[in-house]
Design a protein around this ligand. Structure first.
Ligand SMILES: [Zn+2]
Length: 313
């Protein structure tokens, strides 16, 4: 595909990590009291920056000083299906792994529900979860903190990236980061999902390393010095929380934006036209509206989200 973005790094060979507590899941228990912390990669099979980080932590032999550490590769079969001619296809095998979490008590009928049932006991064991993702389009890194205040609070403790997105997930199905105690305001369990940037940018690996190092240090199960010294990047001067209020979907795939949107830009005035869907104007509903993860710059199927709209909180 000539319009595919460049792949700026080598993909890691992961078959050496097959044998673990479950296939491609490794558990390290310090034997001392402390939280169980999970870092997961490849929830989407072509989101490789996180796989480089988890591979590096396994190679380095990182062990928790307290509590337990779980390192895993979720949709490993999708990763192994990668074909550089159709790089976006290896996001999944049968369905989106990250929309299955509300129906894992039903019989597994897809590669992803079968794999999620294998991964589930480890997710249930985790007190703190970091799920490493990346994005189809070029864009700034985003921390998806979920709909609860505790998610944004943890993202602030991590301290990067700049943009924290408070969002309710997808009507199409529950995400891993919202599962069980992570989605319960009364539970002390907490989860974050980082979108590191475009899937195959070298800069996305830098972001994945930075956020993972920060997250692990915040959990207290390792010392910052246990992690590679060059992973942590300078701390941004400030972070901001954007609460997603609307998801704009294209009715029939006929959305035409008025211009190219980068993502995370703030549109000052309510009523500004963003584009036209089937000829009907789509406008911002309030002043200082943030455009979250626009996918308006490429052809979309009917019903797909064109852009999410957010309010600074
Ligand atoms: Zn993803």
């Amino acid at each position: 595909m000539s319009d595919s973005p460049p792949i700026e790094f080598a993909f890691p060979e992961l078959r050496r990590w097959e044998k673990g507590a479950a296939p491609y899941i490794h558990v390290f228990d310090s034997g001392k009291p402390g939280p169980t912390v999970m870092v997961a990669a490849l929830t989407h099979g072509n989101e490789v920056s996180g796989a480089i980080v988890v591979d590096a932590l396994l190679q380095k032999g990182l062990r928790p000083r307290s509590g337990a550490l779980i390192l895993g590769f979720n949709n490993i079969d999708a990763y192994h299906s990668f074909d550089p001619r159709t790089p976006f296809k290896s996001r999944m095998i049968d369905e989106d792994f990250n929309r299955t979490w509300g129906r894992l008590d039903q019989p597994a009928t897809t590669a992803e529900t079968r794999r999620a049932q294998v991964v589930r006991p480890f997710v249930e064991r985790a007190d703190l979860l970091l799920d490493l993702h990346s994005m189809h389009d070029d864009g700034v890194p985003l921390m998806l903190a979920g709909p609860l205040a505790k998610g944004a609070e943890l993202a602030k403790k991590v301290g990067a990236p700049v943009d924290i997105i408070a969002d309710a997930g997808h009507a199409a199905g529950m995400r891993m980061r919202d599962y069980g105690g992570f989605g319960d305001p009364k539970s002390p369990k907490n989860a974050l999902l980082i979108e590191t940037g475009q899937h195959w940018r070298a800069s996305s690996v830098t972001v994945a390393k930075d956020v993972t190092a920060r997250f692990l240090a915040v959990t207290g199960i390792v010392e910052p010095a246990d992690l590679p010294a060059d992973w942590k990047q300078p701390t941004p001067a400030r972070q901001r929380v954007v609460e997603v209020t609307h998801a704009i979907a294209t009715k029939r795939g006929n959305f035409t934006p008025v211009r190219h949107f980068e993502g995370q830009e703030t549109i000052a005035t309510a009523g500004t036209v963003l584009g036209h869907d089937d000829g009907e104007p789509v406008t911002t509903p309030y002043d200082n509206c943030v455009l979250v993860m626009p996918s308006s710059n490429r052809p979309l199927r009917p019903g797909v989200t064109v852009v999410r709209l957010g309010r600074l909180v």
